[in-house]
Design a protein around this ligand. Structure first.
Ligand SMILES: [Zn+2]
Length: 252
């Protein structure tokens, strides 16, 4: 079993640190080197490898400085996203070894074209693809790709721990409740998350089973989600009709 620690970065990013013994570790998506170096110094740790999920600056910004401090450190990341400083490009179906645990690489496009996830030891490192009660924006990939990627992640065992890269849970829940107000599991989850946040605690990792119960982006087959989306489309259509009606009368 690997141990995972969270290193907060920027406003709401998580840099995940993976270790087994006391001295060696791997970090995931180090957008900023400073908090990682502080953690490594405090805990007297050596950085063996960096895992990257996708090319956005808040995930890769720390690579060059970490590499400068730990020149033998491997930098593993997606073959299909542009990542400066990679030492090993990986893609769908590749396996990497992290302290004796095998992790499989999945290509999970949508947030970006090349986005990958790392799955092993009952853990998923999914970057900005799946968040708790939400999912990443389309910043390079298509809705169809993201839908397919999320459907695929939902097939993982329920107890899989989901290590996403942002603490967005509270605001995601506010939206999820608009889409699915009568979801009792979601209401319960909101209360749990509110308690954690009130104590200044994080909500990540979440689990696949939890996300299947609360995350509207994994629940598009649910009647209430479908109804909310349809009603929202009607509001937008009515607004558009009103706008055109007003414009028509302007020139009548
Ligand atoms: Zn991103």
């Amino acid at each position: 079993m690997l141990t995972i620690e969270s290193i907060p970065a920027f406003n709401d990013n998580y840099i995940w640190l993976i270790h087994k013994d006391a001295n060696h570790c791997v970090v995931v998506d180090p957008g900023d080197a400073t908090p990682v170096l502080t953690y490594l110094q405090t805990h007297d740790m050596t950085l063996d490898a960096i895992l990257i999920t996708h090319h956005h600056a808040d995930h890769i910004g720390g690579i060059s400085e970490l590499k400068r401090q730990f020149p033998r450190c491997h930098v593993i990341g997606p073959a299909q996203d542009p990542i400066p400083g990679l030492t090993q490009a990986v893609d769908e179906g590749d396996h990497i070894d992290i302290f004796g645990e095998s992790f499989e690489v999945w290509h999970i496009p949508g947030h970006t074209q090349g986005h990958i996830g790392y799955i092993g030891d009952n853990k998923l490192f999914c970057g900005d693809t799946l968040f708790s009660a939400g999912c990443g924006r389309l910043l390079g990939g298509t809705a169809e790709q993201l839908f397919t990627s999320l459907q695929r992640l939902a097939q993982l065992p329920d107890e899989t721990a989901v290590y996403c890269a942002h603490e967005y849970t509270s605001s995601n829940i506010a939206f999820a409740l608009a889409a699915e107000p009568d979801n009792i599991a979601l209401q319960t989850y909101r209360d749990e998350v509110n308690q954690l946040r009130a104590k200044g605690l994080g909500t990540i990792p979440t689990q696949i089973g939890t996300e299947k119960a609360v995350n509207p982006f994994l629940r598009c087959d649910q009647e209430e989600v479908r109804k909310s989306v349809t009603e929202h489309i009607h509001i937008e259509e009515n607004l558009e009709i009103f706008t055109q009606l007003r414009r028509w009368k302007d020139n009548f």
